[in-house]
Design a protein around this ligand. Structure first.
Ligand SMILES: Nc1nc2c(c(=O)[nH]1)N(C=O)[C@@H](CNc1ccc(C(=O)N[C@@H](CCC(=O)O)C(=O)O)cc1)CN2
Ligand SMILES: Nc1nc2c(ncn2[C@@H]2O[C@H](COP(=O)(O)OP(=O)(O)OP(=O)(O)O)[C@@H](O)[C@H]2O)c(=O)[nH]1
Ligand SMILES: [Mg+2]
Length: 433
């Protein structure tokens, strides 16, 4: 553990001024004396809001009036002494309070994420939970919020602890064997019944987590492409889905050339819906040809394809395909897929329902966390090392694999993380968090 912090940090933790109320937080050894210096009367009882005037200790001038709360460490968010001034959120008030604080010895403005970083350094939280907090701060939809809350609440951290405990036990077994192997007649670890199985069981558990939907889809939205031949009604459907005239509609075949994207949440599910150029065998128009190539690329990389195929087969794609029989108000004969008229709205509820059900299956279950790219790569390395360990004969090599797996897990919790990784992570946070 590193040396205790000597500096006391402060920052506006609420939204940017002007605002109704502003919360200035302080954390560090001088938090209490600073709170005392800036307010009238005595410090209130811990964790109880009390009304005070906020004064500039240099001049005695009243800057504002508001609520003061003190939080004596170590049972605080950062583990240090903390205080909060809840004042009025004007620029002038904030400038007055910040200037007064800055002049006090040992106080300085916090860096982005520095409160959270102190919580981490003081063992109040681990990296997985902090990544959950970062996701929560960025959450725009209910689904994102639920996944972030699960991660922040320690659902992944607890799982990592379980794997770590299991791995340490296996590693200790191997170490003991290596130590005693000079004394002869010690069975190799690989020959022990259950050792390989125990490694594989943990790796399987990790892979089960890795096979779940990733945070990318949750953060960026499920990619939905609308495709089909020219004039099929793709742009009309696109406009109906996004609720505005985002794409040009016309009776001329080949109207849409560019990919037109809209990000939105439908029934709380984040999606990026893309309208594409109509696909047809041949065209004389060079620009339309480029548009068709763009459409094909986009369809190939989509998660879901709404295919307005009119009997034609969809192009190569890994996307889940939903067949749409468009212009249902006009075309009366039975066709494959959901009958929809984007013009009249007929069948739209059914289509949206199918779209949402399919999108849902690509996203984490409500209440389950989603792994970030950083977390996935670390966990993948742990699982691979474990499977390696299960297949080896030599105890020294087995021990090395287990150490590597443990190292990968330590990166997830932050037990073994470089300053560069921490800098990167916390720099994405706001000042005051
Ligand atoms: N006014 C205000 N609201 C806020 C925060 C804040 O700092 N100030 N938060 C800022 O993030 C969030 C709440 N997070 C918090 C996290 C830990 C502790 C805390 O005191 N933890 C202690 C004791 C916990 C307990 O009593 O069970 C600890 O962990 O030891 C407080 C707030 C959201 N709302
Ligand atoms: N009756 C009826 N007409 C529709 C419907 N949807 C689209 N249309 C008409 O069909 C024509 C083509 O519609 P678009 O939405 O531009 O078709 P598109 O598939 O985007 O065509 P391209 O961009 O050229 O590939 C327009 O005249 C629309 O008004 C529908 O549900 N019912
Ligand atoms: Mg179009």
């Amino acid at each position: 553990m590193s040396a205790p912090e000597t500096s006391t940090i402060f920052a506006l933790s609420s939204g940017q001024p002007p605002a109704a109320i502003a919360v200035v937080r302080l954390s560090g050894p001088a938090a209490m004396t600073a709170a005392r210096a800036l307010t009238t009367r005595d410090l209130p009882a811990p964790r109880q809001a009390a009304f005070r005037r906020f004064i500039d200790p240099a001049t005695g001038e009243t800057l504002d009036e508001g609520l003061l709360i003190i939080f004596p460490g170590p049972r605080t968010e950062t583990g240090e002494d903390m205080a909060e001034l809840h004042g009025h959120g004007s620029r002038a008030v904030l400038r007055g309070i910040e200037t007064a604080l800055e002049r006090l010895p040992g106080l300085r403005l916090a860096e982005p994420g520095e409160f959270t970083r102190r919580a981490f350094v003081n063992g109040k939280t681990d990296l997985a939970s902090i990544e959950g907090l970062g996701d929560l701060l960025a959450a725009e939809t209910a689904l994102q919020r639920r996944a972030a809350m699960a991660m922040m609440g320690g659902a992944l951290s607890r799982k990592i602890e379980l794997w770590t405990t299991g791995l340490r036990r296996l590693a200790a077994e191997v170490e003991a064997r290596i130590d005693f192997s000079d004394e002869g007649d010690v069975e190799a670890t690989s020959a022990l019944t259950g050792f390989g199985d125990a490694c594989v069981a943990i790796a399987d558990d990790m892979d089960a987590d890795l096979s779940k939907p990733s945070a990318d889809r949750l953060r960026d939205g499920v990619r939905v492409a609308i495709g089909g031949p020219p004039n099929a009604g793709k742009s009309t459907l696109f406009n109906r889905l996004i609720g505005r005239e985002g794409a040009i509609v016309s009776p001329i075949a080949g109207t849409t050339r560019d990919v037109i994207e809209a990000s939105l949440a439908i029934r709380g599910i984040p999606m990026v819906i893309a309208d594409t150029a109509g696909l047809r065998g041949a065209t004389e128009d060079a620009i339309e040809r480029v548009g068709m190539a763009l459409a094909e690329t986009l369809i190939a990389g989509a998660d879901i394809l709404l295919w307005l195929g009119e009997g034609r087969a969809a192009p190569e794609t890994d996307a889940r395909i939903i067949q749409v029989a468009a212009k249902a108000d006009r075309e009366k004969e039975r066709r494959d897929g959901v009958s929809v008229s984007a013009l009249t709205g007929q069948g739209m509820d059914e289509l949206v329902e199918m779209l949402c059900d399919t999108a849902q299956s690509l996203l984490p279950m409500p209440g389950d966390y989603a792994l970030s790219r950083r977390q996935r790569t670390a966990l993948q390395r742990a699982a691979v090392s474990l499977r390696d360990a299960a297949g080896l004969e030599d105890d020294i090599l087995i021990g090395e694999c287990l150490r590597q797996a443990l190292g990968a897990l330590d990166e997830l919790t932050g037990r073994a993380t470089t300053d560069a990784v921490l800098d990167e992570l916390f720099s994405g946070f706001c000042i005051g968090k």
